[in-house]
Design a protein around this ligand. Structure first.
Ligand code: DGY
Length: 326
C-alpha cells in the first residue's frame, strides 16, 4: 500500500520531523528560503498532507491542485496565509499552533515596548558611533513605563499575557477587542472603545489576527488620535497597520515612535522609507523565536498533521466545521 505523502516546507527540528516520518513519506524542503509557489503547485497533486509556515501561500488554486489532500497544518498561530474558506469547502481541516507561543510572544512585545521607550537601539548606536563622552542630564532620555497607560488592541491569549506583564509594571491597562469586557475586568484592565484607547494610551500594542476586517486597522485617522508622546507596538501582522500612514505619522512626530516585529510585505524591502527613521525600530518577525517555543510549535504542527492523515480530529483546528459536514 502506498504511504501518505507529506510536503514540509522547511527543515523543522529533527525531534518533530522524525516523529512525522513514522507516519508518512516525507518530502522536506531544505532551502533557507520558502519554496516558490510554482514548486508547491507541482508537488500538490501527490500530497496527502501539507505542513507549511506563515511564509507559504496556500490559496484556492493550490488546494484545487491537491485532490488527495487530507490536512493543511500551519506552524503558526496566525493563518492569514491560508485560504481557509477554500479548504473548508473541500472538507480539508486546517491546523494552527495556538497557546504554545503566547508567553514568548508577549515577552517580546514587552521587550519591544521597553526598547522603544528607553531608546535602547539608539543608545547602542550612540556608543558605536563614538558619541559617548560623558554622563549628560538629557541625552537619550526616554519615556517611563511604570505607571504609564497601555492600550491593548485585540485581547485574546497574547493580549492578555501582555496585560499580565503590564500589571507588574503598575501600568493602567485599556483594552479594545470583540466581546472582552469580562476578561478585561479579570485582568484588572478597562475595556473601552477604540478612539478612547488611542487618545489615552502612552503605548498601544496590537494583537489582532489579520482578516478582511482588520486589514489596515490602524490608519491615518487612528494615528492622528494618538498622543504625540505615544509608542505603537506591533507583534501581530504587518497588514493591520497602514504603513504609509505610519511613516507620515512618525516623520512628522505625530506619534513618538513605533516598534514593529511584523511588516507588510515581509521581509521589509531595504528601500522602505520606514527604515530611514530613527524613531522606528523594526525586527524580522521573531516574537515567537525562542528555542523551546519554536520546538513546541513544530511538535504541535506535526500532531495536527498526523491526526489529519489518520482522519482524526486535529488537536487544534481552525475550521472545525469540516467535521460537522462529514
Ligand atoms: C504566528 O504564529 O502567527 C506568529 O506570528 C509566529 O511568530
Amino acid at each position: 500500500m502506498s504511504r501518505n505523502k507529506v510536503f514540509v516546507t522547511r527543515e523543522l527540528p529533527a525531534a518533530a520531523l522524525d516523529r512525522l516520518a513514522r507516519h508518512c513519506e516525507l518530502d522536506v524542503w531544505d532551502g533557507f528560503l520558502p519554496p516558490e509557489y510554482d514548486i508547491m503547485l507541482k508537488k500538490a497533486h501527490s500530497l496527502s498532507g501539507l505542513l507549511c509556515l506563515l511564509t507559504d501561500r496556500v490559496d484556492a488554486r493550490l488546494l484545487a491542485a491537491a485532490p488527495d489532500l487530507k490536512v493543511v497544518s500551519n506552524m503558526a498561530v496566525g493563518y492569514d496565509n491560508i485560504d481557509v474558506a477554500a479548504a473548508s469547502a473541500r472538507g480539508i481541516p486546517v491546523g494552527n499552533t495556538p497557546g504554545v507561543l503566547t508567553e514568548t510572544t508577549a515577552d517580546f512585545a514587552f521587550a519591544l515596548l521597553m526598547a522603544a521607550a528607553r531608546r535602547i537601539p539608539e543608545a547602542r548606536q550612540y556608543i558605536h558611533a563614538g558619541k559617548w563622552q560623558t554622563w549628560h542630564p538629557t541625552v537619550l532620555s526616554g519615556r517611563d513605563i511604570y505607571g504609564a497607560c497601555l492600550g491593548i488592541i485585540g485581547f485574546g491569549r497574547i493580549g492578555q499575557a501582555v496585560a499580565r506583564r503590564a500589571a507588574g509594571f503598575g501600568m493602567r491597562i485599556l483594552t479594545h477587542s470583540r466581546g472582552n469586557s469580562e476578561q478585561s475586568l479579570a485582568a484588572g484592565a478597562e475595556s473601552c472603545d477604540l478612539d478612547e484607547l488611542l487618545e489615552q494610551s502612552d503605548f498601544v500594542s496590537l494583537h489582532l489576527p489579520l482578516t478582511d476586517e482588520t486589514r489596515q486597522f490602524i490608519g491615518a485617522r487612528e494615528l492622528s488620535l494618538m498622543k504625540p508622546t505615544a509608542i505603537l507596538i506591533n507583534t501581530a501582522r504587518g497588514g493591520v497597520v497602514d504603513q504609509a500612514a505610519l511613516y507620515e505619522a512618525l516623520r512628522h512626530k505625530a506619534i513618538l515612535a513605533a516598534a514593529l516585529d511584523v511588516t507588510d510585505p515581509e521581509p521589509i524591502p531595504l528601500e522602505s522609507p520606514l527604515l530611514t527613521l530613527d524613531n522606528c525600530l523594526i525586527v524580522p518577525h521573531i516574537a515567537s523565536a525562542s528555542v523551546a517555543t519554536r520546538l513546541k510549535m513544530a511538535q504541535m504542527a506535526v500532531d495536527n498533521c498526523i491526526a489529519g492523515l489518520r482522519g482524526e480530529k486535529l488537536p487544534t483546528c481552525v475550521n472545525t466545521q469540516v467535521y460537522s459536514s462529514r
